[in-house]
Design a protein around this ligand. Structure first.
Ligand SMILES: CC(C)C[C@H](NC(=O)[C@@H](N)Cc1ccccc1)C(=O)O
Length: 623
């Protein structure tokens, strides 16, 4: 049989060992993902605290750099996808970038050792520039590692499945997502595990070779189509069905068909960053909201940042429920709950989560103290004298100061204050958290009291304090404890996580199923980029400032997402689901090329020989 003098790509999948209908190699991939997310989320969880308390950055800078880092982690997938699909292949890309990742984690760890520059041993680094530079280098390497391997791992997992395993392929993405969340959840509890599991499965993987510099060919082909279209802009030239068809003169029909498939999906992704903009505020705005709430659950006390673990916990329960119960039930009711419909509903759930956050915020606002505005000032005077005193604070204003103090707000005056609290204590902590012991030389006494969350107190300590065993200490409550319970945030976490399962797990599967074979990682990278853009939007919003009322900002975000989901549902309505393999076969047929399956059969004999000689390669390229 003669083959046209065109580049023929012949894919032959290796017979893989199976367990319950799944390729065994999948086990190594999901365990690898678990460990990777474990390491990533473990580091991310303490990153803001590192910026804040080690590098001594202020809140705004720490938050901005944090979101910039997260955005970078979801931008680098493009680089990983290019390396994998054009050069090294997914397997090698994962291995090499994991090494970069590990170097990044080590660099980051070294940057936290203050002894390196603490020559005078006072517990503070002497050279902050060194620590900042080292940690930034570490973070860039980590972003390169984690982001670079991310589109490859999901696509590599998908590659392990044969055609008859399409049901298992869908379940794989759910299990993959479960592992992400199990890893992120456990990372807060246990120290990172070495990522050697992935290499252990090496012999079992279906490893597809990269097919030349595919990204470069794609860019050149798109560039040519645009140029050619522009050259033929006069109406005398007949119109073509698709603007990419203007590349027909120079480029292979198959490549053009593949680019059309990818562009169609990428176009659909345009509104998606809005979902992530809301989703990623869990880590910032919602955690700040939790700082003004009470985390006293009786048996244990929950810190505001720990509230975020509700998300992975819910994922672990919701993914199986959705997969095994809700989606099959919807299907049984005869409803067509297609992937894009699921994603739209997911967005609506996220919008509802923000409505719920707004309602909680309204409740919290009712309990917050009134702080002076920019045109006011706050004066606090504590009267330790035994009787009421009359204090004149301006020619026309008199104040009666009760014994042990009073707090007041006045307009347009600045007074010197004894104690001045201008915001709720940070992270829901009290100014003083536990019982305290007073010491003076040999004398001491212990003061015991239950302090409320987010409360602030002033203690008046007379000189007689040691003789009466702290009895004479008088307490003034500057700020009432937080009274709205953190459990009220659970509905918003439930709604956003339900939205995430519908949106994110489906998006992952959709990106794999709609991508041509040689661009699976590229489309995974495109999907992850929607997250990066979402984080950049959070950054911009944080910098531009907020609405005066936090609940109004939550409602604004919810309305924006509803508007975006309407746009997305219209776009989705016009999207036709494709089977990339079928389209590719069709184009091949039109070009007079052999369909892949036939090629496979014809060449099976030839390959048997070669297979034995070659190391356990999977895909061969023949010219
Ligand atoms: C963009 C990715 C698909 C995000 C994915 N994230 C999750 O699955 C989160 N539910 C994990 C999480 C855990 C703890 C706190 C917040 C988020 C991923 O990491 O791949």
């Amino acid at each position: 049989m003669r083959y046209p003098p065109t580049l023929l790509i012949i894919a032959t999948k290796k017979l893989t060992a199976e367990c319950c209908g799944y390729p065994i190699s999948i086990f190594f991939i999901v365990v690898n993902e678990f460990c990777e997310r474990f390491s990533y989320y473990g580091m991310r969880a303490v990153l803001v605290l590192y910026f804040r308390y080690f590098l001594l950055w202020d809140d705004d800078l720490a938050t901005s750099i944090y979101h910039a880092f997260v955005a970078l982690c979801y931008l680098t997938p493009i680089l990983g996808a290019i390396i994998a699909d054009s050069w090294l292949g997914k397997f090698k890309t994962i291995i090499y970038l994991s090494i970069v990742y590990a170097i990044g984690q080590v660099t980051m760890a070294i940057s936290t050792i203050h002894d390196i520059t603490d020559a005078n041993r006072d517990g503070t680094p002497d050279n902050f520039t060194f620590h900042i530079a080292l940690s930034m280098l570490g973070l860039i390497l980590i972003a390169l590692g984690t982001g670079g391997i991310k589109p490859c791992v999901a696509a590599f997992g998908g590659d392990q499945f044969q055609e008859h395993q399409s049901r298992q392929l869908n379940t794989f993405f759910s299990v993959f997502y479960l592992c992400i969340n199990a890893g992120s959840l456990l990372s807060t509890l246990i120290t990172p595990v070495l990522r050697v599991v992935f290499i252990a499965g090496s012999g079992m993987y279906v490893k597809t070779d990269p097919e030349g510099n595919i990204m470069w060919s794609v860019c050149k082909c798109i560039g040519f189509a645009i140029k050619n279209r522009f050259r033929h802009r006069s109406s005398s030239y007949p119109k073509r069905e698709h603007w990419m068809d203007w590349a027909n003169e120079k480029y292979d029909k198959l490549l053009i068909a593949q680019i059309k498939m990818v562009l169609k999906v990428l176009f659909l992704y345009i509104p998606l960053p809005m979902f992530w903009t809301l989703f990623d505020q869990k880590g910032s705005r919602w955690t700040l909201q939790a700082t003004t709430m009470s985390g006293d659950f009786g048996a244990f006390i929950l810190q505001p940042d720990q509230m975020q673990t509700v998300n992975p916990i819910l994922i672990l329960t919701l993914v199986p429920i959705m997969d095994r119960l809700i989606f099959p039930l919807i299907q049984k009711c005869g409803l067509n709950f297609s992937p894009l419909k699921r994603m739209t509903v997911g967005m609506l759930f996220a919008a509802m989560a923000f409505v719920s956050a707004a309602l909680v915020q309204i409740e919290i606002d009712k309990t917050l103290p009134n702080f002076p505005s920019s045109s006011e000032s706050q004066l606090k005077v504590v009267n330790t004298y035994s009787t009421t005193l009359n204090v004149t604070i301006s020619p026309n204003e008199h104040l009666l100061i009760e014994s042990f103090g009073v707090q007041l707000h006045t307009s347009k005056h600045t007074y010197s204050t004894i104690s001045y609290v201008k915001s709720k204590p940070r992270e829901g902590k009290n100014a003083i958290r536990r019982d305290f012991v007073l010491r003076h030389g040999e004398q001491w006494c212990e003061f015991s009291r239950k302090f409320g969350f987010g409360a602030s107190y002033t203690f008046l300590i007379p000189s007689t304090v040691f003789s009466d065993d702290c009895e004479s200490i008088t307490e003034v409550e500057d700020m009432k404890p937080n009274s709205v319970h953190m459990a009220l945030q659970i509905p918003q976490y439930f709604l956003i996580t339900t939205g995430e399962v519908m949106f994110s797990v489906t998006g992952l599967q959709f990106s794999y199923s709609q991508a041509p074979k040689n661009m699976k990682s590229v489309l995974q990278a495109g999907w992850l980029c929607t997250n990066a853009v979402g984080n950049i939007i959070v950054l911009i919003v944080a910098e531009l400032g907020k609405l005066p009322k936090q609940w109004a900002e939550y409602l604004l975000f919810a309305s924006l997402l509803v508007a975006v989901s309407i746009i997305f549902s219209i776009m989705a309505y016009f999207y036709t689901y494709i089977d990339p393999a079928e389209i590719e076969a069709q184009v091949r047929k039109e070009q007079g090329l052999e369909p892949e399956e036939m090629e496979k059969e014809t060449l099976e004999m030839e390959e048997k020989d070669e297979d034995q000689k070659n190391e356990q390669g999977v895909k061969q390229t023949k010219i």
